[in-house]
Design a protein around this ligand. Structure first.
Ligand code: ZN
Length: 95
C-alpha cells in the first residue's frame, strides 16, 4: 500500500471545480452529458470512480480528508480547510 499524496490547495482547486461542475450537471436534465471526472493527479488516467477513504486513524485529530481514484488506485489527502475554500471558489465561479 502506497502512502497517499498530499495535495496543496492549488492542486486541489481544479479537481474540486471539475467535481463541482459534474455534481451541478447531475442535478439538471443533462444527466447524459455529465462532464468527466478530472484525471488522476498522479498518473493522469481519467477515473471511472472517485472514492472517499476514512481509514486513517492517525489523522483523526486533524481536519484531513482522504480520497482516491478507481481503477488506478492512487490515493490523496487534503486539508479540510483547503477543500472547503476550493469548493467555495468553484461555487462562486459557477454563478
Ligand atoms: Zn492514478
Amino acid at each position: 500500500v502506497t502512502e497517499p499524496t498530499h495535495l496543496t490547495r492549488d492542486q486541489l482547486a481544479p479537481l474540486v471545480a471539475a467535481i463541482y461542475r459534474r455534481e451541478t450537471a447531475a442535478l439538471t436534465e443533462l444527466r447524459n452529458l455529465l462532464p468527466p471526472f478530472p484525471g488522476c493527479p498522479t498518473c493522469g488516467q481519467p477515473p471511472a470512480e472517485l472514492f472517499v477513504r476514512n481509514d486513517h486513524p492517525s489523522h483523526f485529530l486533524e481536519d484531513r480528508v482522504g480520497f482516491g481514484f478507481r481503477p488506478c488506485g492512487h490515493t490523496f489527502t487534503a486539508d479540510g480547510e483547503d477543500l472547503y475554500n476550493a469548493y467555495n471558489q468553484a461555487r462562486q465561479e459557477a454563478t
